[in-house]
Design a protein around this ligand. Sequence first.
Ligand code: AMP
Ligand code: FE
Ligand code: FE
Ligand code: ZN
Length: 292
Amino acid sequence: MTSTGAGAGPVIDLHTHSSVSDGTETPRELVAAAAAAGVDVLAITDHDTVAGWDDAADAARRHGVSLVRGIEISCAWRYSSIHLLGYLTDPDDLPLAHELARARDSRSTRLQRMVELMAADGIPLTYAEVETQVAPGATAGRPHIADALIANGTIRHRDEAFRQWLGDDSPYYVGHYAPDPVRAVELVRAAGGVPVVAHPFTRTRSGGLDEALVERMYAAGLVGLEAYHRDHGRAEVERATALADRLGLVLTGSSDYHGEGKRNRLGENTTAPEVLDAIEAASSGVTEVVRP
Ligand code: AMP
Ligand code: FE
Ligand code: FE
Ligand code: ZN
C-alpha cells in the first residue's frame, strides 16, 4: 500500500468504478462502500461515461462523503490503450459528450466480435450472455465477457478470463474506437475539466507511456499523473515523480476500485489534500466538488 496522505489528513481516493462501466456496485452502492471504508473524498471515474454522476452525488450528500465527478477515457496509443482521467468536466460539453458516445458505441460492436472469435474457438459463450452482464446504458468492456463466463460457470474470477483470453495480447483481442491521448487532453480542458493520466506506467503492449507523449499531452494542458496505484512498483513511482518534477505536474494516488471485479480496495492509495486543491483550482468551476 502506498499512501500520500500519511495518516492524519482526509482519505482522498480519486479513481473508482461503478456498474455504469465495469465496476460491480451501483453508483449509490459505491458511495456507501466508500463511506464505510472511511473515504472522505471519492472520485467516481467510470469508463467513457458520466451516467453515474447524479446517483453518486445524491448518495454522497446522504453519506457525508465529498464527491469529485470524473471520467476515465480510453485513448488509443500504438496498439494499446492509455487511460486518461478527466475530473470536473462539463457534462453538457458537446464535443466531449460526442466523443464518449462514439467510443461507447464502438465498444459494443467490438465485444460482439471478440465473443464471435472466442465462441468459434470453442469457448462456451454467447453475446446474449454478455449483454445481460451490462447494466442498461452502461459502458461495455472486456470485464463483462469475464462476468458472462463466471455466470455460466466456466471460471470463478475476472482475473482468470484476462489471463487466458482477454488480455491485450490475446488472439481474441479486438480494439475499439478511442481518441488519441493528446486530443483527449484537449477535449477535457475544453470542457473545463482537469486531465490526469491514469496508471501511466502499467505494462501494456506498447510498453507504457513514453515521455515524449507525456510532453505533448503536457503542452495540450495535462495537469497530473496518477503515480500511486497498485499497478506501479517503486520504479514506476520514481519515474512518475521525476517526470512530474521536470514538467510541473501534480501526482495523484487512487485505488482504481471495481467492487468485486478487481482486488483493488477503496482507499488503498490516496491523494494529498493540496493536490486535490490544485485539481479544483484548475477546473472551470462548472462542475463543482460535491460537499456534504
Ligand atoms: P476494456 O475497457 O474493454 O478495454 O477493458 C479493460 C478493463 O478491464 C480495465 O479497465 C480493467 O478494469 C479491466 N481489467 C484488466 N485486467 C483485468 C484483470 N486481470 N482482472 C479484472 N479486470 C481487469
Ligand atoms: Fe475498468
Ligand atoms: Fe484504467
Ligand atoms: Zn480505472
